[in-house]
Each structure stands twice: as structure tokens, then as C-alpha cells.
Design a protein around this ligand. Structure first.
Ligand SMILES: C[S@@+](CC[C@H](N)C(=O)[O-])C[C@H]1O[C@@H](n2cnc3c(N)ncnc32)[C@H](O)[C@@H]1O
Length: 279
């Protein structure tokens, strides 16, 4: 059965109930209860649609239809969303600015359904590399780590324990669209430990007191998990204990550690070096 196309509505007031509901998605409790989140800008909305994420509502500026830079693309996005059963909201600049709380609001944004992959669906294969993040707190770090995992060809990102919301505005912005390209898995610590126990390959934890220089580890062939620690506390003892190796990234200055997202980039680059050199 085909999905009936959604509604098309023009709204000019920031007090409109539909607009208020969309604005409410800046709060985690509303995102959780609705199961949706906001993706801002043509690039992110296009990525969401192309990757078949369900777009409940596409919001676009009325002005975009009179602007040569945006018109064709916005109309194409709106047509696809509408044909798939999503709603279209055409709004004034004031309404757009009020939703994103930015002066220079993007011409288009979307309310997208959240999607994560269950831990049980992970099917490790030789050559795969997964990134796991222990209790990541900072949304910018999380978004940047997801973007980095995507860029360096990781199979997906596991969020272990209580983390910042990957569907929050700041995290989504920092992914630059990569959120729609790499599977995201949420795991409790016991779920991760169970996975680690059955993992057919290697788990490399990263630790300031790791016993191995990260460049000396062999990451080829077997499926890998690169496990990164929390920004304040590093990896817990329990998670460190589940790792086959603990890697240290050499440092030479006064800083006592690297930023989490930077350390993630260095580790993933090293772990994927053999695969990247073939591309
Ligand atoms: C900001 S650091 C955590 C610092 C924390 N105070 C600690 O004692 O671990 C965040 C994470 O980045 C990674 N990291 C940062 N610098 C690192 C280094 N030089 N070697 C290995 N991992 C590092 C680790 O995963 C660490 O848990």
C-alpha cells in the first residue's frame, strides 16, 4: 500500500501550535517523547532523505521559492518528503529564526525520526572497524567523532553508558550529515561487556597510561573496536579490563591529554591506515 502524501501548510506566526511543537524539539525530553529530532540546512536534509531516514515534516522559508540559489533544490526536497507522506510547512524568516534560535537561519530544516541500531544487529566481519565511546559528554565531541568515523570508513559508532544526546541540535550540527551515514548503536555497560566477550576480533582501548604506543598495534584483518574514554574520567576500570590492548598516543608538550575527538581521529586514522592507503 502506498503512503498517502502529507499536508502542505503555510504558517506565519511563531505562536502556531505546529511551530511551537517543532521548537520544543530543542529539549531532550520532547525529542525522547516524540522520537524525532531537527536537522538543519540543505546538506543535512538532503543526506537524511537520500539515506531514507523518515522525515515527518520539512520546514522551508517562503523566500526560498523566490531565491535562485535554493528554489530548485528546496522544491525537489519538498516533493520527495511530501510523496513519502511527510508534511510540508512553508514559513517566514521570523518563524525559521525562532525554531533554530539563529539569526542567520538556514532556508530549510526537517523533523526526522530518530534511528539507532540494536547491539544484537552488529555483525562483525574481518576488516571492520567500530568506534565505541564511553559516556561521551560533550555534544561537539560526539558529533565530530561521528563525522570522523564516517570519513575514515568505520562501520559504526557505539555509545556506551549514559551519553549526551546524539540527536541534540549541537551534536547533529557537528556531524555535518555523517549521522545519516554511519549506524549508531546505544549500549548499556553490561550490553557492551557481553558484546566484548563474544567479539571475534580485537578491542583496543585508549588510555593515558596505556602500555602500547598506538602506532605499534596491528589493526589489520580481524574486526576491531576502538574504545575511547570519557572526557573527564577516561575509561572506567571495567571497560579497560574488557580491552585486549590499551593504547597510548605519544605526546610531547605540557598538555596532559588530547581532546577526545582529536584522539579519536588519530586512533581511527591509524586503525584504518591500511584500508585508506588502498583508496
Ligand atoms: C580528555 S581525555 C580524558 C582525560 C582524563 N582526565 C583521563 O585521565 O583519562 C578523553 C579520552 O581521549 C583519549 N585520549 C586523550 N589523550 C590520549 C592519549 N594521549 N593517549 C591515549 N588516549 C588518549 C582517551 O580515550 C581518553 O579517555
Amino acid at each position: 500500500m502506498s503512503v498517502p502524501p502529507g499536508k502542505i501548510k503555510e504558517v506565519s506566526s511563531t505562536a502556531n501550535p505546529l511551530v511551537k511543537a517543532i521548537k520544543g524539539l530543542v529539549l531532550k525530553k520532547n525529542r525522547d517523547s516524540e522520537g524525532t529530532f531537527l536537522a538543519e540546512g540543505q546538506k543535512l536534509v538532503t543526506d537524511a532523505i537520500e539515506r531514507d531516514w523518515a522525515v515527518r515534516t520539512l520546514v522551508h522559508a517562503k523566500n526560498a521559492l523566490h531565491d535562485d540559489r535554493h528554489r530548485d533544490q528546496v522544491q525537489a526536497l519538498a516533493a520527495t518528503v511530501h510523496a513519502r507522506g511527510g508534511n510540508i510547512l512553508i514559513v517566514g524568516d521570523k518563524v525559521l529564526t525562532s525554531i533554530t534560535r539563529r539569526d542567520n537561519a538556514q532556508a530549510v530544516l526537517a523533523v526526522v525520526e530518530q534511528k539507532t541500531m540494536p547491539v544484537g544487529k552488529i555483525d562483525p566481519k574481518s576488516g571492520d572497524c567500530w568506534l565505541a565511546l564511553d559516556r561521551v559528554r560533550d555534544p561537539g565531541n560526539l558529533g565530530t567523532a561521528i563525522r570522523t568515523a564516517d570519513a575514515l570508513g568505520a562501520k559504526g559508532v557505539m555509545l556506551v553508558g549514559e551519553t549526551t544526546d546524539p540527536f541534540g541540535l549541537e551534536a547533529v550540527r557537528a556531524t555535518m550529515g555523517s549521522l545519516f551515514h554511519v549506524p549508531l548503536v546505544r549500549a548499556t555497560v553490561p550490553e557492551f561487556l557481553k558484546l566484548a566477550n563474544q567479539w571475534p576480533g580485537q578491542i583496543v582501548g585508549t588510555h593515558l597510561r596505556g602500555a602500547m604506543d598506538h602506532r605499534t598495534i596491528d589493526y589489520s584483518s580481524k574486526p576491531q573496536i576502538i574504545l575511547m574514554g570519557n572526557e573527564q574520567q577516561g575509561l572506567t576500570e571495567e571497560l579497560s579490563g574488557a580491552c585486549h590492548k590499551l593504547a597510548r598516543i605519544s605526546m610531547d608538550g605540557a598538555a596532559d591529554s588530547l581532546n577526545l575527538a582529536v584522539a579519536t581521529g588519530i586512533m581511527l586514522f591509524e586503525a584504518r591506515r591500511h584500508a585508506l592507503s588502498e583508496t
